[in-house]
Design a protein around this ligand. Sequence first.
Ligand SMILES: Nc1ncnc2c1ncn2[C@@H]1O[C@H](COP(=O)(O)OP(=O)(O)OP(=O)(O)O)[C@@H](O)[C@H]1O
Length: 570
Amino acid sequence: MTALEITGLTKAYGAVRALDGVDLSVAAGTVHCVLGENGAGKSTLCHAVGGSVAVSSGSMRLFGTPYAPRRPKDALDAGVAMVHQHFSLVPTLTVGENLRLLRLRDLPARLAWLGDEFGLTVPSGSRAGDLPVGARQRVEIVKALLRDPRLLILDEPTGVLAPAEVDALLGTCRKLADAGRAVVLVTHKLGEVSRVADAATVLRGGRVAGAGLTDLSPSVLVPLMIGRPADSLAPALAGTLGVPAADAARTGSPGPARTQSPENRGPARTQSPENRGPARTQSPENRGPARTQSPENRGPARTGSTGSTGSTGSPGRPHPGEPVLRMRDISVGRHLDRVSLDVAPGEIVGVAGVEGNGQTELIHVLSGALSPDTGTVTLAGTDLTRATPARRTAAGLGVIPEDRHHEGCVPALDVATNLYLGRLREFRRFRVLLDRRRMRRAATATITRHRISAPGPAAPMSALSGGNQQKVVLARELALDPLVCLAAAQPTRGLDVGAVDAVLARIRAAAASGVAVLVVSSELGELLALCDRVVVAYRGTLSAPIDTSDPDAHDRVAHLMLGTDREAAA
Ligand SMILES: Nc1ncnc2c1ncn2[C@@H]1O[C@H](COP(=O)(O)OP(=O)(O)OP(=O)(O)O)[C@@H](O)[C@H]1O
């Protein structure tokens, strides 16, 4: 039986054809993945099925019956539930209050059923806005499942989940499918596709590039998604794609080079030292200031040294440079307990950890969204502990927040303004007027350079796909002048594989030009490939830094993340 049959679906936003004659067939009892690069039309397709976007033409059938939802309620009544890319919880209400807004008569019984059947529980008494994004996402999933849908649509649900939560969610998808329901899952992670999908459809530029695919290997899917072969991507992407590093190694692709020179290319990172990419920082050639011509890398004179987070300089590493970012004794409520962290110019330090262990608060302290109870933040000797965002920007601190839809951009403003937020005075005319034409010209160049898929610089941010909104935030922070330190939370979350490749290269280029880089990520493989050192956030504390060239780095970090190192020590 076909659960969902879509024929010739078209949706135009002005000149942009978000969907252009899309056909899709999802069989009952299956999990069907929808893939494609940022802006390919995946969310628009989900919204059309979920009743929140009115299509221009085309038709749908749901379990054999004509289906044309005009609003989300029509979809819900027909048994279609959707988990959106952006959160829909009311942040000021508790989780329980949010769930009661659904007006389901037997809510406690349904919650108990979800707990028994899928192991899904929610912190009913917590304020939704206080939850880490992973927990919020879990509540969104519970909200959708409470309605016991025949068709569940999940638009990139796993980006914010910890590995164990991803496993649980994929298990839930499987159970639903095995019970005769159907699941449409949008994801950028090819590892998830091969684990859970029965079939996949790839969209490209609003059209179907591959329909009903059952060979779900990266070598088949990647070219359909981004128009170039899988082996053109760096193996550092293995973690992000969710494919085993060995898969990437088989493709023989270039290594996680810190610079673009061929000498710096190498094989995939695995746990054995032989398979490590080449020394990323040891040779002076790799550290050179290599200041590129792009505006992203303009900045003050830098040492180009790979510094240290302090305690554990490993043998063979160059003499660490003086840290430029110093966080000292930072405490935030019960989230951070006297945490200290240093990053030197040219160094990439990663913060690993299961979500909810203080990483979010660490970035909030850097962005100024949170004032620490104790401690100081200094950048190049300037105290920024309680500085305004404008002063942080002026000091050269770029911050890419975790929840960029709410914290990183202003959806109602145009793309150009979002690209230059905090720097608008550069485009002033006669001190007061904003020279929009000049700003939009500059924005157009940035849009092209960063391959942002947008109708133009004057388009509202809300018209961009999730991944492209993220690219705008990244482009803005990388373009700070000076850029002394970049703190990026989950910088590749929600990006397609080609964009992840480009973002990692940009972060490496920034470090190569002397920028101190702090990356918070739940992608352990990505952190190990990208960073010089990794510290692990666990229950509000940070571990001593682990050198990523240590052959045991992966295992050590994994143990620290789970707290099992303490058990072993005990
Ligand atoms: N409200 C809107 N107004 C104008 N254009 C829009 C609107 N919503 C989406 N678009 C455009 O439609 C196209 C498809 O967007 P969509 O969000 O469906 O992409 P996506 O495949 O989900 O991308 P991502 O992986 O980044 O989430 C994009 O070019 C986007 O800019």
